[in-house]
Design a protein around this ligand. Structure first.
Ligand SMILES: [Zn+2]
Length: 301
């Protein structure tokens, strides 16, 4: 009788702006072990990741390592600077060779996507975008990011979508400075967590869902979503992230989106067109594991 083969083990890393999740799991996105680490400078974080992987999987035991990383980061495998962070506000990370550093701590083949794409992939495999042909995953938190998933795979792109930096029309009574250092009135500069904190002194969760604070944020996000509906016509849009999970925000964004569309793009009025992520905070790490486990995806650009 042949020996029973153990299912292959995979590694997943979700490198977020403030915290990093590392997991060992299987091809179905099930966890064997996981850890959450603060996203410290690379010199601190990378040895911690290496130690966790070494503790939970013998060298050579991982069949793949999926990585969802904050950006901007070069995800084109053909580029000479593949796997490097571009200019970023995070100390120690600008220009850092993430993939090169991970190759020093694990011999597993690496698949790199953005953190938002990883969350979108997680939702496409096991969550709210399952079976959706063209899905859009938005995260509204410390920043605003988005991923476009075609049958569960991120669309190949020159860099990757920077949806958060789409310009919006300022509301007439809103003179608060943009918190984006690049743009005076992009979505991230007007409606992400730091913009909300700068304008109102605290996060959106501290205000009632029918107050002017949430109303203003919903108006901006409604503009953003309407632009994406007109550009991509996705079948469904998932809105995640710390700001995105504020009670009552998604219905308010939906109402603002419909005002912006003004009767155009009828299919976007379907119930549940805008929805929260099913996997909540685990979408990114599940997606990272799925990246590692999926051979066709591992070969995609
Ligand atoms: Zn911007």
């Amino acid at each position: 009788m042949p020996p029973v083969r153990e299912p292959a083990l995979y590694g997943g890393i979700e490198l977020g702006g403030t915290k990093t999740l590392v997991a060992i799991g299987d091809a179905a996105g099930g966890f064997r072990a996981r850890i959450t680490l603060p996203t410290a400078a690379p010199a601190v974080l990378l040895p911690q990741i290496g130690a966790f992987l070494a503790d939970h999987a013998a060298e050579g035991a991982l069949a793949g390592l999926g990585v969802g990383a904050f950006g901007p980061i070069v995800i084109d495998q053909a580029a000479s600077d593949y796997g490097r962070l571009l200019e970023t506000n995070k100390p120690g990370w600008s220009g850092f060779d993430l993939v090169g550093a991970l190759r020093n701590v694990s011999s597993a083949p690496i698949k790199l996507v953005t953190d938002v794409a990883a969350a979108g992939i997680g939702e496409a495999r096991l969550g709210a975008l399952r079976g959706v042909a063209l899905g859009l995953y938005l995260t509204i938190g410390t920043g605003i990011g988005g991923a476009v998933l075609h049958h569960g795979l991120p669309l190949p792109a020159l860099l990757h979508p920077e949806i958060g930096h789409i310009p919006l029309l300022r509301q007439a009574d809103d003179a608060s400075p943009s918190t984006c250092r690049f743009h005076a009135h992009c979505a991230e500069g007007l409606a992400a967590g730091p913009a909300i904190a700068a304008r109102f002194g605290r996060s959106l969760n501290h205000f009632s869902s029918d107050g002017v604070e949430q109303g203003l944020v919903a108006e901006y996000l409604g503009q953003l979503v309407a632009t994406l509906v007109l550009t991509l016509s996705p079948h469904r849009i998932v809105i995640g992230g710390g700001v995105g999970s504020a009670p009552g925000l998604i219905p308010a964004v939906e109402a603002a989106m419909l005002r912006q569309l003004a009767g155009y793009g009828g299919a976007a009025t379907a119930t549940g067109y805008l929805c929260p992520p099913t996997l909540a905070g685990d979408a990114g790490i599940v997606g990272a594991l799925c990246c590692a486990a999926d051979a066709p995806l591992a070969m995609a650009a």
